[in-house]
Every structure is written in C-alpha cells, then in structure tokens.
Design a protein around this ligand. Structure first.
Ligand code: GDP
Ligand code: CA
Length: 349
C-alpha cells in the first residue's frame, strides 16, 4: 500500500475532497450512495461538507441526428438530479418517444437508436452551446445548473474527462470484410448488437490527441481520496485513464486511490464488463480487474480494492500484488447498501 495517510488530507485526517472517475450507470449509482453517505454521516472521516468531483467518461459520446449525445455525463447528471428513468437506468423519467417515431416514419437511420423527447431537449441545449463555441466542460456546467446545483450547490462538480472528441469503437468479426473485421461505434455495439458478438478490439478514437478538460488534473492531484467506482474498467475507467496525463496524475497524486470491483462472482452485475475484459485479455474476476489496474507501488493505479464478500477467496491474490484488499457486500441494491460500500472504501485506505 502506498501511503496510510495522504499528505493532502487535512491534519485531523478529515476528508474534504473526493474525486471519482465515473462511467454511466455503475458510476452514477455508486455516486448516489456516496452522496447519501456524506449527507447522513455514514462515511468515517468524511466531512459533511466534502466536495465530490466526478470526472466522467466521454468515450461513449456520439453525434446522431445532428445532436451531440453524451450518455455517461447524462446518466450521472440525471441520476444525481433525480431525473433518471429508474427502470431503464438511462434517459429521462416519464419519457415520450414522438420524435423517434417521426424519424422512423421518415425512414431515417439509425432506427435502432432512440432518443426520448425530454432527453432531446438536453442534447439540443448542448449542441447549440457547442456550436456557439463553448467547450463541453462549460456546456456540462450549464446543464448541471439545472440538475445538480439546486440540490448539491458547490458540493458536487461534474467534469467531462476531456473537451476533445474521443469516441470508442469496437472491432467485431465480419466474414465479408477483407480484414475479417468490422469496426462499429461503441453505441452500435451496445445498442444494436447488444454486446452479444465478441469484441475483438476496443479503440478510443482521438484519445491520443485529447487533453484533460480544465479542472480534471487538479481534481486528481488535489484531492483527499480518489475512487474508481465499479464502472466498466475498459470502456469507462479505462478510457478516462487513457487520456494523456490522467493516468500519470492518478499514479502520482498524494491521495490514496481505492477501487470497487465491477465483477461479482464471475460476471458483471449489469452492463458488459465481461465482454470488454475478454476483448483485452483480462481475466473476468474481481482479482483479475485489480491486477490489470495494478498497484501504484508497481506502476499501476490502485492502493486499495474492494471485492464482494462472495469473492473473499481472491483477497489474498490482490494483496500479494501490493494492493490493500477487503471483501464486503458490493451489490448496489439501495442507497444505504451503496453508502456502506463507500464507507468501506474510505476505511480501506
Ligand atoms: P455504463 O457506462 O452505464 O456501462 O456504467 P459504468 O461503466 O459506470 O458501470 C457499468 C458497470 O457497473 C457494469 O459493467 C457492472 O460491472 C457494474 N455494476 C453495475 N451494478 C453493480 C452493482 O450493484 N455492484 C457492482 N459491484 N458492480 C455493478
Ligand atoms: Ca458508458
């Protein structure tokens, strides 16, 4: 383990700043529990006024029907702003689909990707602002003034990982292509192909030229605790870490870095972490993900790692790699259960 007590933590050991690298649904649900835990005083050492900064993946973003859509930013924003559809886990509550039906009546492709009417308003505001020259980070801040500021004030900030365009693509087998492969946008892999065909390769197009959005590196370097929530380690956290400069900041921050396993037993709970891990040759297990992230003491990004209680047998393997590890319940069934996960993360490092 890197450092038992971080240099940036207040002298009394109180944690006042927490930064989280988040994808969509898994990250958003964890954040709900974290914020609930802060509000209810359920997190040891965490100040009730602690500021949470979320750095969200934007590799899932794409342009569709002339609109810029940012699925992970919006899932975090709607979830924490109480506008999410709780059953779907994405998009707006009480959604209607007239625009989608009208587009289909025109025969406009792609018909497999539906934007809800309420959701479209968000994308219209975002697209207009981007076209007026505002960077995504400022657009996100403006959108969050509606969703987050009324409830959290300055206690919560949502930042895109980068203002630059980065789009994750997935290569799938295609017998008809000369290369034997075809590359589809991440959204097509997930929404149209339901992640049912094996992913041969995952590529974040544009990432090498991307720079971290304003505030991102500071939020990593000047925090008291950095958390990798149980987000997809490849296409959510992995993409964020892939933005030049971010992984180095995570490696060098004086704050402890703790992660929670998105794999419970031998599978992801929801989503497609399994497919993505397989595509990069990482063992689909809690320990497999931890070892892939690696210990900070060995050039990786973790000081601590939580596995689910049913994966307790893997704790030793993770610890042997130089990562503090504990087994606790990791199912985000409700806010209290998720707050308990956040508390365990705080306690571990
Ligand atoms: P996405 O962008 O919507 O796919 O969301 P994230 O990348 O933030 O998180 C998706 C991952 O969350 C999934 O691959 C799951 O492995 C994980 N996940 C979802 N629900 C739970 C849960 O209750 N417990 C744990 N440990 N992981 C979960
Ligand atoms: Ca996502």
């Amino acid at each position: 383990m890197q450092s038992a007590s971080s240099a940036s933590t207040a002298p009394d050991g109180t944690l006042r700043r927490i930064t989280v690298l988040s994808g969509g649904m898994g990250g958003a649900r964890f954040l709900q529990g974290l914020l609930h835990g802060i509000r209810t005083g359920a997190l040891p050492r965490v100040s009730p006024d602690a500021v949470v900064t979320v750095i969200a993946n934007t590799g899932d973003d794409w342009w569709i029907h002339g609109l810029k859509v940012c699925p992970d930013l919006d899932t975090v924003m709607y979830t924490l702003g109480d506008g999410i559809d709780p059953e779907r886990g994405w998009g707006r509550r009480e959604e209607t689909w007239s625009a989608k039906d009208e587009l289909a009546a025109y025969g406009v492709e792609p018909t497999w990707f539906g934007l809800g009417d309420r959701d479209i308003a968000t994308h219209l505001v975002r697209t207009q602002m981007l076209e007026a020259g505002y960077p995504l980070s400022q657009v996100t801040e403006a959108l969050c003034r509606r969703w987050l500021t009324p409830t959290y004030g300055a206690g919560l900030r949502l930042l895109p990982m980068s203002d630059d365009r980065v789009e994750t693509h997935v290569a799938v087998a295609d017998a008809e292509s000369p290369s034997g492969m075809r590359v589809v946008h991440f959204q097509e892999y997930w929404v149209r192909l339901h992640a049912e065909v094996p992913a041969e390769k995952v590529v974040a197009v544009g990432i090498d030229q991307a720079t971290p959005a304003p505030g991102v590196l500071d939020a990593i370097l000047e925090t008291d605790l950095l958390v990798l929530p149980p987000s997809n380690p490849v296409v959510s956290v992995g993409t964020i870490l892939g933005v030049p400069g971010i992984r180095d900041a995570v490696r060098t921050t004086s704050a402890p870095v703790v992660g929670l396993s998105p794999i419970v037993g031998s599978s992801h709970v929801r989503g497609m972490a399994e497919q993505m891990l397989t595509s990069i040759g990482v063992e689909v297990s809690a320990a497999g993900v931890a070892l892939d992230y690696g210990a900070r003491s060995a050039g990786g990004v973790l000081d601590g790692w939580l596995v689910d209680e049913r994966d307790a047998a893997q704790v030793e393997r993770v610890e042997a790699a130089g990562i503090a590890c504990a087994a606790v319940p990791l199912m985000m069934t409700d806010h209290d259960a998720t707050a308990a996960m956040a508390a365990a993360a705080v306690e571990l490092v």
